[in-house]
Ligand binder design. Sequence first.
Ligand code: NDP
Length: 317
Amino acid sequence: MSTEQGKHKAELLDGALLADEIKLEVSGQIAEMRQRYGTVPTLAAVQVGDDPASEVYVRNKIRACEAVGIRSEHHALAAVTSTSELLALVQSLNTREEIDGILVQLPLPSQIDESAVIEAVDPAKDVDGFHPINVGRLAMGHPGLVPCTPAGIIELLDRYQVQISGANACVVGRSQIVGRPVAQLLLQRDATVTICHSKTRDLPGVTRQADILIVAIGRAGFVGREHIKPGATLIDVGMNRLSAEDDVRRFFGSEAERRLQVLEKRGYTLIGDVNPAEAIEVAGRFSPVPGGVGLLTVAMLMRNTLKAAQLRRALDQ
Ligand code: NDP
């Protein structure tokens, strides 16, 4: 936390720096694995259709594999792929001994039964942690493969020495990939956890009780001054695109000019679920978008792939 001309400014939690540290740790462990056992983990990334956001995500994951020394395979299937065709691919990846991790990029086209695909992935290779067996293990507080974004959020809190035990933690959003699993992880770490959603009454009144506030709702700049307890640690998970100049000026305050240049270049600029200018003035620590948990998700996927390989092949960790 710092002040500039007497104005409070939250300490920014640097997800990019932490993501680099995690990838460095993982690449060191992979080099050791290669030396001791003559093998490295392999990740199979499955993409269906040509959704531009999914393409960027898969490309980033494959690049990260190359950077840390994980072998990767990219399976790109046509948008018209059926559930049974995709299930057949997943089954073949399940049975291939050299594959340690299987990642099916979501969302899938509407004709595909997403739950059937998630449930078809071998839980031991489920590096996204979405299989009901891994979800159940997490709910029971047992070790297993944990979803990447929630695991990254806990890493971020730990690296910045945010006290979780005993803290009032509030998670806004109850999705399977972020809200619910991060709430479970916070509970495991002895936080007092409240989960909010679209039917929550008096949302600001609830979120203002939180020492740790995590927001994953998919609503641009929704959480503002009135939601934040002064001095709280605030983690913004949202990834939204802003394409109107007025919105950019409204949300970004002194940073608006730089963001307008991004808008002109790309046609949009990224914003989370939190109003960044207000968050910086009220929170004690703030993980912004971009530069916060987004990059950690990929780093945690690398760590999960290594962990899956170590567990499945019964190697020393
Ligand atoms: P979902 O769209 O699956 O769920 C949104 C949740 O937010 C729901 O639980 C919904 O409540 C709740 N919600 C929506 N509007 C409100 C509101 N006005 N007040 C309170 N709660 C509300 O979200 P995801 O978890 O998949 O994604 C959330 C955001 O995080 C998105 O912007 C997404 O892009 C981003 N994301 C970022 C990742 C990263 O790596 N950084 C990874 C994954 C997601 P209800 O259940 O009642 O409908």
